[in-house]
Write a protein that binds this ligand. Structure first.
Ligand code: CU
Length: 368
């Protein structure tokens, strides 16, 4: 059964992608010799909501930044009721890990599809130019690996996702196979007046919509292996109504013991990625001080936003300096999506309360 399933998954995707096969004839770049001379650094990937150590302002000239993604098809529980999905992941997390480079650097990815997987996969970097964002050059069968290098010519935060062709594209994306990278301007982020904007920490939030099939009794179905839900999933997906919309893989993944933590006076850069569906990030009790809503750091940031918009298939970034302690909720301000489907996180902020900014003048008492 395993082999049959694998050949079905492979054949379906191969047929769909046949029309967009990329010629490998002209791949030698004019600047290949120059790239060979650049310094190389390995960037260790960390699981979201955290991001790799990085310089906010580039030190030295362009580099080749090497990263490694190992594809993992794994069963994940996505809510408090034990609902399962056979997730398709980069490095085992939803979203996949964030790489950070500077404009002018090269990102060199080794994409590994272990023999134990069922399906073929690839990667489309929205930050990259050509070959379907790299998807045409990175298709790997189980048991294969591939190396792709692209030059980061545009600064901003950008989605990446698997795109193996046809219906497999949305299927893989709504099974978790997406993430974001950040390409910083070499001289760092700037406010509208051109002054430096710096941050103390980054929270990387990947919003994920899931479409879990139900049985005749209305219970979410469970499957034995990755890909077994293909037909059922497509039926739910076609309705465009997600059963779950969550941050970082599962409802509650960033609340309770896993809540994000900050201090009064700290500036946090929130990066919000949504590979498939529109979103409206909002920080209850706070604001977006500087917001690169479209994700482009080449654009002047918006300021003082209450809620911002993330187009499906993009990532955006916002800074906020915390002024008050307490528990903040960071959510999709479609409140049905946040409260009933799962798209909410908590930020626990420590520090001194400022009575001038807010005070409870009189506690609730009986109406006089
Ligand atoms: Cu995939």
């Amino acid at each position: 059964m395993g082999l049959d399933r694998r050949s079905f998954m492979t054949a379906a995707a191969a047929t769909a992608v046949a029309g967009v096969v990329v010629s490998k004839v002209s791949m030698a770049s004019a600047s290949a010799a120059d790239v060979k001379d650049l310094p190389r650094v390995k960037q260790e990937m960390v699981a979201p909501p955290f991001v790799p150590k990085h310089d906010q302002v580039a030190v030295g000239g362009p580099k080749v930044v090497e990263i490694r993604f190992e594809i993992e098809e794994k069963k994940m529980v996505i809510d408090g009721d034990g609902t399962e999905i056979w997730a398709l992941t980069f490095n085992g997390s939803v979203p996949g890990p964030m790489a950070i480079v500077h404009e002018g650097d090269y990102l060199e990815l080794t994409l590994v599809n272990p023999e134990s997987n069922m399906m073929e996969h690839n990667i489309d970097f929205h930050a990259a130019t050509g070959a379907l964002g790299g998807a045409g050059l990175t298709m790997v069968q189980p048991g294969e690996e591939v190396v792709l290098r692209f030059k980061a010519t545009r600064s901003g935060v950008f989605v990446y996702h698997c795109a193996p062709g046809g219906a497999m594209i949305p299927y893989h994306v709504v099974h978790g196979m997406n993430g974001a990278i950040m390409v910083l301007p070499r001289d760092g982020l700037k406010d509208p007046q051109g002054n430096a904007v710096t941050y103390d920490k980054v929270f990387y939030v990947g919003e994920q919509d899931y479409y879990i099939p139900k049985d005749e009794d209305g219970n979410y179905k469970k499957y034995e292996a990755a890909g077994d839900d293909f037909g059922d999933s497509l039926e739910v997906m076609k309705g465009l109504v997600p059963t779950h919309v969550v941050f970082n893989g599962a409802a509650g993944a960033l609340t309770g013991d896993a809540a994000l933590k900050a201090k009064v006076g700290e500036t946090v850069l929130f990066i919000h990625a949504q590979a498939n569906r529109d979103s409206r990030p909002h920080l209850i009790g706070g604001h977006g001080d500087y917001v690169w809503e479209t994700g482009s750091f080449d654009d002047v940031p918006a300021t003082n936003l209450e809620t911002w918009f993330i187009r499906g298939g993009s990532a955006g970034a916002a800074t906020y300096k915390f002024h008050q302690p307490g528990v903040y909720v960071y959510l999709n301000h479609n409140l049905i999506t946040a409260v009933m489907l799962g798209a909410a996180a908590h930020v626990i902020v420590e520090g001194e309360w400022n009575d001038d900014l807010m005070t409870q003048v009189k506690k609730p008492t009986a109406i006089a």
